[in-house]
Design a protein around this ligand. Structure first.
Ligand SMILES: [Zn+2]
Length: 367
């Protein structure tokens, strides 16, 4: 979705991008108002209100981004779309105080704008009621001030709803984190967010708020993704290699031909292999991708010496899967040997084993 955005500006070193659908949306709004009112002036005014709304959203996002910068967190870009804005921070801090301040900074910008506009109500004797129809019709400076004021007040209140991943939900998580730690706090915040997200969805469907219902779906998916990622991280951190390793594995020797691993590979029992010399020392590995290739080409006469990769490593029995994952990626291993305290080889783990473990433990749960 983010690839379909065009950069329109850059402030404070942060690119501001607009999703193409927002352009279409603004054009659509102009078209609908024009066919309703028949007045170009009024349609332009109404369209200007929509632009003003997105300026408020943009300022809100800069609130997050510039605060994050204070904590040394960069913002890749700010993206505006019909369902709102998003400051894409490089990462969200797990330190409660930082998350709290960054999350609150967005709504804080909106309440500041509203506070700055408040005196104009008295200076221009503007009515203080939220009468949208009246404001839209008024097409005057007073109308713009009223609209800008209410937009920011609504953005302030809406974003503070405790619906994760909206700001209110993040604030809730940060506050809970002080007492319960990041993971438990996230679980609670996501749970509350999902329930309220579902409520928001039905409320918006019944009240005919199309955009709000899309926002609700987006909220639900993002909340779910957050907890899936965090659960996986916790799982990898708390599981050690011995829980995933295979103790049954075929040894491939330098004197073998490719037929041996290829036959096992084709049977689906094992995917990657360790290669041993005559003295039972590990001297390399055979990657499953290579066997896949060889299977297609039918080059079954090559010796193991010709096709083995010397990219192979060993890990300790008690290494966490989090560290193992890093090891596999950084060193581009397809398989590693697992050694016990006496440095004896007791098992293997390949990428496939790792993937199966992750898949088995990340089943979709509604809540
Ligand atoms: Zn925000």
């Amino acid at each position: 979705m983010f690839d379909q955005s065009i950069q329109i500006a850059k402030f404070a070193g942060i690119p501001v991008k607009v999703h193409w659908s927002l352009g279409l949306f603004i054009f659509f709004i102009f078209g609908v108002t024009f066919s309703d009112s028949g007045s170009t002036y009024q349609s332009l005014f109404f369209t200007a209100y929509i632009v003003l709304l997105f300026i408020s959203v943009l300022l809100h996002e800069y609130g997050h981004a510039l605060t994050a910068k204070q904590f040394g967190i960069k913002t890749r870009d700010i993206i505006l779309s019909p369902i709102g804005g998003l400051a894409r921070l490089e990462f969200i801090p797990e330190i409660p105080r930082q998350e709290l301040i960054i999350a609150f900074a967005g709504p804080f910008v909106n309440i500041c704008i509203a506070a700055i506009l408040l005196p104009f109500f008295f200076l221009l004797s503007l009515p203080f009621a939220l009468d949208l129809e009246y404001i839209i019709q008024s097409t005057s400076v007073g109308g713009i001030i009223q609209m800008f004021f209410w937009m920011n007040l609504v953005l302030f209140a809406f974003n503070l709803l405790p619906i994760f991943p909206m700001d209110g939900g993040r604030i809730l998580r940060a506050l809970l984190s002080y007492k319960y730690g990041h993971f438990t706090a996230s679980k609670v915040a996501v749970f509350v967010g999902k329930i309220l997200g579902i409520a928001l969805f039905f409320f918006s469907i019944f009240s005919g708020q199309f955009i709000a219902s899309i926002i609700a779906v987006f909220i639900f998916i993002s909340a779910h993704r957050e907890i899936t990622t965090l659960s996986l991280k916790a799982l990898l951190k708390n599981t050690t290699a011995n829980k995933v390793m295979r103790t049954q594995y075929e040894k491939i020797y330098l004197s073998d031909t490719i037929t041996k691993p290829l036959t096992i590979f084709k049977s689906g029992k094992e995917r990657s292999f360790l290669v041993f010399d005559n003295e039972d020392n590990v001297v390399g590995a055979i990657h499953e991708l290579f066997l896949e290739e060889a299977g297609k080409k039918g080059s079954s006469f090559a010796t193991i010496e010709e096709i083995r990769s010397d990219k192979v490593g060993h890990v300790d029995l008690h290494i966490s899967l989090e560290d193992l994952y890093q090891e596999l990626n950084e060193k581009a291993y397809s398989i590693v040997g697992v050694k016990n305290e006496s440095q004896n080889l007791v098992g293997v783990i390949d990428r496939h084993d790792f993937g199966l473990f992750v898949k088995k433990n990340t089943k979709f749960r509604w809540l």
